[in-house]
Design a binder for this molecule. Sequence first.
Ligand code: BMA
Length: 948
Amino acid sequence: MLIIYTAPKSPVRTSWSVVAPGMGNHGRGTKSRDQFGALCKSHGQLCCTLLPGSMPTGTRASGLIYREWWLLMGLVQLCSGTLTARNGSSQVISLNGKWEIQNSNSSVKLQGDVPGCVHSALYSWGIIKDPYIRFNDIAYKWIAHDEWIYSKTFTVPTEIRLLQRVSLVCEGIDTVSSISLNSILIGNTNNMFSRYTFDISKLIVEKNYIEIKFRSAVGWAKEKSTNHSYDIPPECPPEVQNGECHVNFIRKAQCSFSWDWGPSFPTQGIWKDIKIEAYNVFHLDYISYVPVFDKNTSQWMVVIESVFDVITTNPLQGRVEMKISELKVDQSRELTINPGQRAIKVIVKIDKNTPVALWWPKGYGSQTGYEMTIRFQFEKGNIVEKTIKVYFRSVELVEEPIASSPGLSFYLQINGIPIFLKGSNWIPADSFQDKISSNKLQILLKSVVDANMNTLRVWGGGIYESDEFYQLCDELGIMVWQDFMFACALYPTDTWFLDTVREEVTHQMRRLKSHPSIIVWSANNENEAAIASDWFSIPSKMREMYLKDYLSLYIKTIRIIILEMDNTRPFIPSSPTNGKETIREGWLAKNPYDMHYGDIHYYSYLDDCWNWKTYPRPRLASEYGFQSWPSFSTIYKVSVPEDWSYTSNFAYHRQHHSSGNEEMMSQAELHYRMPTNSDPLIQFQDTLYLTQVMQAQCIKLQTEFYRRSMTEIVDGLGHTMGALYWQLNDIWQAPSWSSIEYGGKWKMLHYYAKNFFAPVSTSGFEDRDILYIYGVSDLLEDQNFKLAIRVYKWDSLQPVCERITEELKFNARSSGPLYKESIPELLSQCSNATRQTHVVVFHLLHQGQPYGVQNWHFLSSLKEAKELLKPNITVSITQDKMVYVFTMVTSSIAPFVWLDVWDIPGRFSNNGFLLVEEKTSVCFYPWDSTTVEELEKALHVTTLRDIY
Ligand code: BMA
């Protein structure tokens, strides 16, 4: 493909015609293993200030103290756009901003932003259209197959050049590149997760030219695989994903070559900050800490690790001072750093008589942290000072025998309190990381806590998320189960690979370990299971070799580094895993899905999801899920009218999980009537709605089952202490397991999650004609509630009967039965009700008032429901400050009432509910400003009865 493009002075958008290539095999078959202080924000959690040896005269007279002066200088420099900003005792020149980009034969030349990638640059100039539109993932494969060059000229003032060490620091290069400065090669990169530093002291001049030549990640991975002495499976993703092969040979987001929910966009570019850092004597490269509670002395300690680059040839003598004023800490000690020594540990002890407020997960307490100032002062006035936020909390993974259940428990205890993990799995929020704004990240993470979740698993096929991601999790009380980035594959263990992994893990540990939100390190996603269940049909004579590779990578390399750097958090080798039992079996369990040990992943698309008996009862469910389609308001932005049918080429193209569209329909067919609208567009929209109904109800029932199993042992199984469904978010606009659509819109499932993860919730199920209603409480104290149970006839808004229980005690942090009744008896006592014509609805009462949301139990499949009427619902919208109140008046009962305001970003207080009251109100919280008129215009209401 030849594009000659000379960049105009400012970006203009031109139209570019795109030819959609022929569609491949849209595969149907069985499920295969298809396998995130304004000034200092960019420095992550660590705020940096400098106390220089010398300062301009007169500064003191102006009334500013040293620290304020430097902060002010920093602000002035940032605001006036000058390149130089000061950091520690170093001088920093940012190389972010505009770079020249060209392809291998110079036929495409343009300017692009750093941080950024080639795709985003091409798009911003209008050379390509939005890569997410229709079949563009295929049309734009040429971008990743070509090899791109980033270049830039920059000046370095004499005073900086004269410093002893001048380094080029790359926080993130994506991925394989050779870097030259002033035409001299300074180094190579092959890992997007590593930080690269190159000593350029001898090469730097006043006017410099830097060039970063990228290799195609696809071509490079192929080469590595070809040159490898034996195959490392899987070679390629399933054809249905339109992806690229051999991703396991490259340390790059594994899902960038395609996944069963995502496109193939193997980006090239400089995806994080790039800068020149110059200093004399020494530089503080990293500072991190872990809190440790010393049980012997009943004292909290902060173990601080500082990593230095020391230039001197003699030992560096000095002092370190540590202050946490809120905790009355003011300690100091002498320090010697020997030449060549990198890491130094210092311990701060908190007086045991000083009360320390702990960091708690959401729902269990506040997320208190303390400002700690650390000041290193070496000879000749070399001083560096950092302020970091320190949080105190302990984590323990409890694996111990359970009465009447073989195996071991598997749960997390935070500050001594066992916590049921409620949440989901996080995937990269975009194929193009530069498109993830702070606002987008905040909306996603706020949506996590708004849905009563307390945990996210950062899944191993994506990226180690951004500093901002973990900061937000710290602040919001979201616990993070952190995978290392290896997923659904075997990996090579050649020296070069292990070396790059060692650098990656060391860097990421230093970057991440201060975050209280991270509660588990997990070496990979599903790779123990991949070997144990022989996903790749390995010939038996090769098994030992792959097992050796597995142990060498995860146990002898990654685990060793993690334990050296942080022994305050649990390490697990994989997910799913059997924990201690996996270790006992030599780090590879025969069956990592064993429900008596560790965590499990469980998917079953064809079993009837309304039948709780089909669900496993594990110690912890870290993955389970059902797919659904995003709503039409998300889909239409990347499609055209001919795509708007469930069987269009587009509908198959976006579905990366073999037979996914059919599986959704066959699951839906079990309980609902199919859409029958004669208007093809409405028919398509109704089908999308139905997939969301199906998904929301399936995951509701499955999650309710896991929460009910919290304190129960049934047939030797139970004590389930976590439910993390697959998956929270989407990478593009396509069908997937997500509960939040690309763009942040909540699917019906996310509203259901808010209810099924509520701190106090109820759930109904039946067993051999007996209706059981269970209560679950995550509260730290016992509470009394009454349960109100009503039976409604589908065609009437008046309940046919109602029961209110006595006060029931909900024990703190437990689950148990609240109510039990034979369904035939219940029905006969309620005016001869029948399963098909009636529905059971229940809610809690606290001190006489309804508490929480209403729940329901369907007595028959809805496709068999009789006398379910088409409701007439009128909605009036009023504004109450920043909140809009939607008041609905309905003519009849309506299941799965879906309020959709299309393109107006925001969320409702509840949605997808069963409407049994004549008049009901919900709130809408907009994320941008809107008006009553806009909302009225945009509103679409759909109920189950409207689709047939
Ligand atoms: C899991 C995950 C992902 C995948 C999902 C759905 O097990 O680890 O690899 O996207 O299943 O198939």
